[in-house]
Design a protein around this ligand. Sequence first.
Ligand code: B12
Length: 389
Amino acid sequence: MAYNTLKQDIIDYAEKIGIDKIGFGSVDPFTQMKARLKAQQEKNYQSGFEKGTIEERTEPAMHLTGAESIISIALAYPSRLTDRPANKRGARRGNVCRASWGVDYHVVLNEKLNRLHAFLENRVPGFRSKIMVDTGELPDRAVAERAGIGFSGKNCSIITPEFGSYVYLGEMITNIPLEPDEMLEDGCGDCTKCIDACPTGALVGPGQLNTTNCIAFLTQTKDYLPDEFRSVLGNQLYGFDTCQLVCPYNKGVDFHLHEAFEPKPDLAKPELLPLLTISNREFKETFGEMAGSWRGKKPLQRNAILALGHYREVSSIETLATLMRKDPRPVIRGTAAFAIGKIGREDSYELIREAMIKEEDATVMKEMEKGLEFEAIYADNGKLKARTE
Ligand code: B12
């Protein structure tokens, strides 16, 4: 088999089916990554979203008998939204990160990789592969770095010279020996813009993230959002882009190469209030296609409640009060109580006190008390008066 010609055929075919960048790497163990993952585990910096043991994450050969090479792919996604819906009083909107605009990238990249598999299966007798996109064991970034897709930035992201870091990654382990590509040189130099801009200090060093402080991670948790992150969250509903937005490699980068990734303005900036009462079926119908719905509606609703509190959106009090009294989920009841207190309408504190009489959950009671604390804060600095006029 002429593997060099085959490699070029793969590159050509990839371009034809809309793969924006392709690279090739060996199946050698990722020894440096092994050490990084160990360090990350020791410091409790992991998110819990990673799959597999450290060995499974760093030894590609464990996932395919006769593994010989890895094909890494990248697809560019847009960074600018045209027709931004207005975020105005009475109809406040939240913010969804760019990687969750449009159709879920897992679907799109898996489809491309499956087509690539079919292409190879037709040409190479006995061809086998193992495809991974995000949810597989292999760290997609380390694979892409090795295959020369991009360099590993201080913001952790793989930064490509062509599309900045606004690329999704995926890979295919194959049983055919394809010539590996060269890695790219580090391109961050002395720049520390992402580290400096991270509002929670989650980027503890170049390429090193304390996930537990990362807003992108925190938007995906299901429990109460820890107090110290509530004001930083602002109107963010899912994911976070600051460490990419400030990156000089992303300046002016905005590729619209895939219809599937085109953002729907109402989903990229969803209205907050309707999200609070959405049924499971409606949620699936409306948000089911976006990557950010993978944790269900609860984290998004919790974040929407905090966003309404952040805006001190007086018109949301009735809905929040109903949630505080009736929602079966303590996190939603408690977060609603907190937001009602933060909004600080004249009757906010009476509403909380009334609900406290019936509340039996200790965690919710704690949030109610936090909500009540705003009464004194606003009374002291006169803001309560200004809001209710
Ligand atoms: Co995410 N996520 N994620 N994610 N996530 C993935 C990394 C991936 C690859 C998904 C995909 O496209 N298939 C893309 C990245 C695309 C790209 O790099 N261009 C992705 C995206 C798009 C995002 C967000 C941009 C989404 C958003 O909110 N807008 C943010 C970016 C946050 C950030 O990393 N700065 C995001 C957030 C998250 C959370 C929920 C926070 C967690 C933790 C992220 C993290 O570890 N940095 C998260 C996870 C868990 C993953 C997942 C499932 C595993 C990542 C992982 O293994 N982390 C991958 C998919 C996958 O790989 N299977 C997607 C462990 C660390 C050690 O690994 O970040 O991949 P790593 O490591 C690289 C660098 O950090 C660096 O080297 C590694 C190789 O490049 N590095 C260095 C690590 N340690 C050290 C130490 C030193 C000294 C140095 C110099 C470098």
